[in-house]
Design a protein around this ligand. Structure first.
Ligand SMILES: O=C[C@H](O)[C@H](O)COP(=O)(O)O
Ligand SMILES: C=C(OP(=O)(O)O)C(=O)O
Length: 351
């Protein structure tokens, strides 16, 4: 018989079920309460009932657990000092979308050697998210593979759909079933349409193919996620955080029948021309807009790590420098700490 399928498949390796990994690393009642409370607070910040500023901040990706812990401990010590005006949520990013190819994150390749031990990746991601929550720090992550959420979403307070997948029906359907506030990035071309369509689609009930907690292929029916919003990250035509861009975003949201005041600005990516050291300047520009009366910039995203910049990858693991990103460049910890304090001071104008 002529074989007509799986011609390009090398191996299909079954994974533990989501239920098995959840039982192995349970959230526990205390952390589940913390996640639920944080999501509620995020909803109130994003949609206008809470005057705190949302700051999603942390490494572009987690590749070294010890450095990730070190970063999380520093952020957890800083967060309470500014908590009256800023809600800090740590970027705990395990899935990296690539423009062409490259390391796809700790879930896909936890040993950083191309062995793609996804089982260990999922297990490690769950355990690390729990550690961050244990520090009292809310968690943020990008959700990329549509099966991943079953393994980790209960430990995630805020999620992003990235610029490369905002236009994907698969991701919009997945978002419609997710339980946390979720930001859709604008497309890599810098236009808003895909993100606005995504918010509309994700707010509606959807039915799609997924897996249940026992790992069985399932038809998943959703209610729609009412807590989706836009994230401005710039695009190929340049940044999109100026007052004019923000005003245009407000009117595009209003025209689509969406709340015009739930905008998060990513200071990194094309808003800083991929030069991480420019992020504080972008942030200062946002603070100037807020001081001038802007009421729609509800928060910002910053890529920050222990050390500045990024390092080439792949390279031998032993040669990697501690605390330096292996994906996008970041600002270092001293810059981060000073910037967070500066944001806190500047936000006094909002009362
Ligand atoms: O935030 C991370 C990157 O910008 C994104 O994953 C794309 O990376 P790449 O263009 O290096 O593949
Ligand atoms: C991949 C990311 O961003 P974007 O989708 O905006 O490129 C990210 O925030 O890690």
């Amino acid at each position: 018989m002529q074989t007509t399928s799986d011609l390009n498949i090398v191996e299909t390796r079954p994974l533990p079920t989501p239920a098995a990994l959840l039982a192995e690393t349970p959230a526990g009642e205390r952390l589940a309460q913390f996640v639920a409370r944080t999501r509620h607070d995020l909803h109130r910040i994003l949609f206008g009932d809470d005057r705190r500023f949302l700051l999603v901040i942390g490494p572009c990706s987690i590749h070294d657990l010890e450095a990730g812990r070190d970063y999380a401990r520093r952020l957890a010590a800083l967060a309470p000092q500014v908590a009256d005006r800023i809600m800090i949520v740590m970027r705990v990013y395990f899935e990296k979308p690539r423009t062409t190819i490259g390391w796809k994150g700790l879930i896909m390749d936890p040993h950083l050697d191309g062995s793609h031990d996804i089982e260990t990746g999922l297990r490690t991601a769950r355990a690390f998210l729990r550690e961050v929550l244990e520090l009292g720090l809310p968690t943020a992550t990008e959700l990329l593979d549509p099966i991943t959420p079953q393994y980790i979403a209960d430990l995630v307070c805020w999620a992003a759909i990235g610029a490369r997948t905002t236009e994907s029906q698969t991701h919009r359907q997945m978002a419609s079933g997710l339980s946390m506030p979720l930001g859709f990035k604008n497309g890599t071309d810098g236009t808003l349409k895909a993100a606005i369509n995504a918010i509309l689609a994700a707010s509606q009930p959807q039915t799609f193919l997924g897996v249940n907690l026992d790992g069985a292929a399932s038809a998943v029916r959703t209610r729609g996620n009412p807590d989706c919003h836009i994230v401005l990250r710039g695009g190929s035509a340049g940044p999109n955080y100026s007052p004019e861009h923000v005003a245009a975003t407000e009117s595009a949201l209003a025209k689509a029948g969406l709340p015009p005041r739930a905008i998060l600005v990513d200071c990194s990516h094309d808003n800083s021309a991929k030069k991480p050291e420019l992020q504080p300047e972008v942030m200062r520009e946002l603070l100037a807009q807020i001081a001038a009366g802007n009421r729609s910039i509800m928060g910002a995203m910053i890529e920050s790590n222990i050390e500045a910049g990024s390092q080439p990858f792949p390279q031998p693991r032993a040669a990697l420098r501690y605390g330096v990103s292996i994906t996008d460049g970041c600002i270092d910890w001293p810059t981060t700490e000073a910037l967070v304090r500066e944001i806190h001071t500047a936000l006094a104008v909002r009362g």
